[in-house]
Design a protein around this ligand. Sequence first.
Ligand SMILES: *[C@@H]1O[C@H](CO)[C@@H](O)[C@H](O)[C@H]1NC(C)=O
Ligand SMILES: *[C@@H]1O[C@H](CO)[C@@H](O)[C@H](O)[C@H]1NC(C)=O
Ligand SMILES: *[C@@H]1O[C@H](CO)[C@@H](O)[C@H](O)[C@H]1NC(C)=O
Length: 221
Amino acid sequence: MPILLQSGRMQWVEALKLSCVALVMFWACPASSMDVLVPQQINALNGTKIKIPCSFTSCYKLDTSKFAMNWTYQETSNSTEEMFMTYKNKITPLKSSRFGDRVVFTGNLEKNDLSITILDVQLTDEGIYNCYVRNPPDRILGHGAIQFFVLTELPPPRDSTIAVAIGASVGGILALLILSMVVVKCIRRHKNQELISDEQKMEEEGKVDGEGGTEEATKQP
Ligand SMILES: *[C@@H]1O[C@H](CO)[C@@H](O)[C@H](O)[C@H]1NC(C)=O
Ligand SMILES: *[C@@H]1O[C@H](CO)[C@@H](O)[C@H](O)[C@H]1NC(C)=O
Ligand SMILES: *[C@@H]1O[C@H](CO)[C@@H](O)[C@H](O)[C@H]1NC(C)=O
């Protein structure tokens, strides 16, 4: 019986250890080791300047001699991509009739931040902005696409409910996963204990029933 109890506890400890390891691995190095983080959509007023954010997470520190990045523009999802910024040992804006000097790098390579800023936004800037990243030895080509809309009047106030909802649901799912593991383990443990107490009961009953018989049998070798 003590063995059963102990194994129940060991399972429990094991489950806890495993979920901790899984959690640490998840944070330190997600399954697809590179992730590009971009907003899905950005709106800007014409004539203003707007930052188009792009950053990435990687298991490896950015190595400036191997790192590669491209920013491209597309009018629609099936038009050809025009590259307007790249990385060749350093951030290099490319000659572009669309943007001229109106696009500048405002990221920070130290922080894996590849954001750009468009100055004096024009109606013709509307379209899709693609952020491509390669961070060897990560072999994945990271890609983020941002739909950019140019407005001629102030939009109604937007809130960040969606971002909050996404964040909350990701956290919630993780918490649920861990909780369900814990619950399952607890139920198993409970069952084990019930089994044990049933056994105990049966044994006690047995003792009562066979009074004298078993005890005397054990007393006399
Ligand atoms: C924005 O675009 C509208 C429509 O083309 C134009 O009337 C307005 O002057 C523009 N504003 C700026 C600041 O360029
Ligand atoms: C950037 O573009 C160049 C030229 O098209 C291509 O050779 C390179 O692989 C691209 N790099 C990334 C990270 O997309
Ligand atoms: C481009 O894509 C749009 C939908 O996104 C479609 O209606 C259109 O026919 C496509 N054009 C070409 C040339 O493929």
